[in-house]
Design a protein around this ligand. Structure first.
Ligand code: SAM
Length: 230
């Protein structure tokens, strides 16, 4: 059975999706999507041979070789222009690695109109990247599974939405839609982050040579978080 996290990711793909799943591991996501939608097509990209082989095995076990191509390669390298890929999924990695993959392959994004990104940490970095590129954040989701809290960020090329103009610092950190929705999981996440941050700030203040810049930055972040928790 597919994880709730990946089911939530799949829900942001349109019918008849033509997508690439980068860092697909076992190709569970493309198999799930193609089993539920006869017209969906996918590329499963993997940089490591082990996961690449297990992706191939899964795809053939499900009889989906006609509709899912498994390719070995780094990031967006596995996408060719004539694949006409319309959506890209990158899930289960840090925000830094995800933006790194997007940066290295920006020229592969010309046919792409939706990005579905699921960072395990550092969602902020992805929002910053979106601010600087031709994709607008159009939806966000937060969920908890097996004791972990995950965020899913959806961005559309020239999407129409209230945050078309640049997100401000507080929104970059917390997520504009998640802030508005203020779900119990969102509150749980930021309550935990606030107590961690408090501890870090205390420790930094006690350093022999406190980094005032950094203390100021973290204190600002903490006050944004606390505004949301109150
Ligand atoms: N996307 C799946 C998920 O969300 O469950 C798998 C996540 S798994 C933690 C990360 C996968 O990304 C690993 O299989 C790893 O080999 C792959 N990966 C890491 N860096 C990559 C890159 N630059 N290009 C392609 N795959 C990469």
């Amino acid at each position: 059975k597919l994880s709730e996290r990946l089911i939530a990711v799949a829900e942001f793909l349109p019918k008849r999706a033509k997508f690439a799943d980068i860092g697909s591991d076992h190709a569970y996501l493309p198999c799930f999507v193609c089993l539920h939608d006869e017209q969906a097509l996918a590329i499963a990209g993997e940089v490591n041979r082990g996961p690449f082989e297990s992706a191939q095995k899964n795809v053939s076990k499900q009889g989906l070789e006609e509709r899912i191509v498994v390719r070995l390669g780094n990031g967006l390298e596995v996408i060719n222009e004539d694949d006409h890929i319309e959506q890209i999924v990158i899930a289960g990695m840090g925000g830094g690695l995800i933006t790194n993959i997007l940066d290295k392959g920006v020229e592969k994004l010309s046919t792409v109109n939706r990005l579905i990104l699921q960072p395990n940490v550092d969602a902020r970095q992805i929002r910053v990247w979106l601010n600087e590129h031709q994709f607008d954040l159009t939806a966000e989701r937060i969920l908890e599974e097996n004791g972990h809290i995950y965020e899913i960020l959806v961005a559309d090329r020239n999407g129409v939405h209230p945050y078309k103009s640049e997100m401000i610092e507080k929104q970059l950190l917390l997520g504009p839609y998640l802030m508005e929705e203020k779900s119990s999981i969102f509150l749980k996440k930021w309550r935990e982050e606030a107590s961690k941050l408090k501890l870090v700030i205390e420790q930094m203040k006690q350093a022999a040579q406190p980094d005032e810049q950094k203390i100021k930055k973290f204190t600002q972040e903490l006050s944004w978080i606390e505004e949301e928790l109150n």
